[in-house]
Design a binder for this molecule. Structure first.
Ligand code: HQG
Length: 186
C-alpha cells in the first residue's frame, strides 16, 4: 500500500477506535477492543476499503504504533489517546524520575495556574525524552517542553501507567511538579 493511503487509513482508524466507533457502527468492549472483521466491515460501509493484510500493514507501519492486535489476532484496539470511556487495563508502573510534556506558549498561563489536565483525553500524556515531547508540542506551534517530577509525584501517591508504545499516562499533573526545560528547537 502506498504511504499516502496508509496514513489516511491510519488517521481514520484512529478516529474510530479512540473517539467515534459509532460513526461506522462498531462497538468497543470495556478494554477498547473491537473484532477485526467488524472494523473492516464498518470501514467498507464508510468507503474505506481495506483488506486484512492491508490492515496489518497499517498497524505495523504506523509511525507511533498507535494500534495493536489481540494475541490471537481477531481483535484490534488503539493503544492510547481515547476520548471514549475505556479501561486499557494497564498496570500502575513506577515512572522514571523525570518525564516530559510538550505544549505551546499560549497554554502556559493556564498550565502554570492549574497544572496539566487531560483536556479531551482520559489522561495527560507524557514522554520519556525531550525530543518526543518537542515533537508533540510542535503539532500546535513552537514547542515548549516541560519537565515533570514524575518520581516525586509517584512517591506522593499519583498513579502512572505506561502504554505498549512508551507513552506515560497520569490523571493530571499539579503545577508544583512542573518546571521548564532549556529551550528546544524542533
Ligand atoms: C494542553 C499525540 C490549557 C496540553 C501525541 C496539550 C501525544 C492544557 C493540549 C498525544 C492544560 C491537549 C497527546 C491546561 C494541558 N490548560 N491547556 N490546564 N493542560 N493542556 O492532543 O499531550 O498522534 O489532548 O499541553 O503524540 O498534545 O494522537 O494532548 O497541548 O502522545 O497518537 O492541552 O497525542 O499522539 O492536547 O498529545 P492533546 P497532547 P497521537
Amino acid at each position: 500500500m502506498d504511504q499516502k493511503r496508509l496514513v489516511r487509513a491510519s488517521r481514520y482508524i484512529a478516529r474510530v477506535l479512540r473517539h467515534d466507533p459509532d460513526r461506522i457502527g462498531v462497538r468497543l468492549d470495556p478494554r477498547g477492543w473491537t473484532p477485526v472483521d467488524d472494523l473492516l466491515r464498518g470501514l467498507r460501509r464508510a468507503d474505506v476499503r481495506l483488506g486484512r493484510g492491508e490492515l496489518e500493514e497499517v498497524v505495523a507501519g504506523n509511525d507511533k504504533k498507535r494500534f495493536e492486535f489481540s494475541a490471537d489476532g481477531t481483535r484490534i484496539r488503539a493503544r492510547q489517546g481515547h476520548s471514549v470511556s475505556v479501561d486499557l487495563g494497564l498496570v500502575p508502573t513506577e515512572p522514571p524520575e523525570t518525564l516530559y510534556h510538550g505544549t505551546v506558549g499560549r497554554f502556559m498561563p493556564a498550565i502554570t495556574a492549574e497544572g496539566l489536565r487531560p483536556m479531551n483525553r482520559h489522561d495527560v500524556h507524557l514522554a520519556p525524552d525531550t525530543g518526543t515531547a518537542a515533537r508533540v508540542g510542535a503539532r500546535r506551534g513552537r514547542p515548549v517542553v516541560l519537565a515533570v517530577a514524575a518520581g516525586r509525584m509517584h512517591r506522593d501517591g499519583h498513579g502512572f501507567r505506561v502504554t505498549g508504545n512508551g507513552v506515560w499516562l497520569v490523571a493530571a499533573v499539579p503545577p508544583g511538579y512542573l518546571s521548564g526545560t532549556a529551550p528546544v528547537t524542533a
